[in-house]
Design a protein around this ligand. Structure first.
Ligand code: PRP
Ligand code: URA
Length: 214
């Protein structure tokens, strides 16, 4: 059970994650702490989202004996932040997966229509051979995430996961129904969207809080 009607959703209910999300939501949390929390949460989310990565047996000699053990043996990883706010999640994941490549998809929501507008897309050349982690702190209407997933599929990506810190039920429904092969990882599924497409209670504008633009 994940609190939604969709099987491809994991809500990460770990106490450390929930504690950090509470501080992140607080209107009194400043940009420095906000950035640190987004980085830490991204790392914890990546830990959960990589749980199904393939292992292969190997042999290691410890100071005491030779032993059979496991190492990662699956596809390489690409981290794809949706600009701007997704950038805040990249560093934390790179600390866990230092060999991952990073691609960028630039999208902003038109404030009137709430439709995503693409302004940049640069992906690793071998994207089709990689496990893809799309990252963005907020999944609101789901328009930006669905568009990013579509760009990646058009360029050959097949194994795609979406990591969002806070999701609205509307965004989960949009992505789960239009891209049912994409697993969504989130730390919270909030109540609803307001008339301006903001998640309630949410945390406000993630990009502005990360980069201090408002
Ligand atoms: C925010 C957020 C997501 C998008 C979510 O970005 O970071 O990308 O909105 O909304 P949606 O699910 O309704 O598409 P925004 O467009 O504000 O751009 P920014 O990151 O540059 O601030
Ligand atoms: N984008 C944000 O940054 N916050 C929201 O609540 C919705 C979209």
């Amino acid at each position: 059970m994940n609190g939604t009607e969709y099987p491809n959703v994991t809500v990460i209910d770990h106490p450390l994650v929930q504690h950090k999300v509470s501080i992140l939501r607080d209107v009194g949390t400043g940009a420095k702490e906000f950035r640190e929390l987004v980085k830490e949460l991204a790392m914890l989310m990546a830990y959960e989202a990589t749980r199904d990565f393939q292992l292969a047996e190997t042999t290691v000699t410890t100071p005491l004996a030779e032993t059979t053990t496991s190492v990662l043996a699956g596809k390489k990883v690409a981290i794809i932040p949706i600009l701007r706010a997704g950038l805040g999640m990249v560093e934390g994941i790179l600390e866990l997966l230092p060999a991952a490549k990073v691609g960028h998809v630039g999208l902003y929501r038109d404030p009137e229509t709430l439709e995503p507008v693409e302004y940049y897309c640069k992906l690793p050349e071998d994207i089709r051979e990689r496990d893809v982690l799309i990252v963005d702190p907020m999944l609101a209407t789901g328009g930006s995430a669905s568009a990013a997933i579509e760009f990646l599929k058009e360029r050959g990506a097949t194994d795609i996961k979406l990591l969002v810190i806070i999701a609205a039920p509307e965004g989960i429904a949009e992505v789960a129904e239009s891209c049912d092969d994409v697993h969504i990882y989130t730390c919270a599924v909030d109540s609803h969207l307001n008339d301006h497409g903001y998640i309630v209670p949410g945390l406000g504008d993630a990009g502005d809080r990360l980069f201090g633009t408002r």
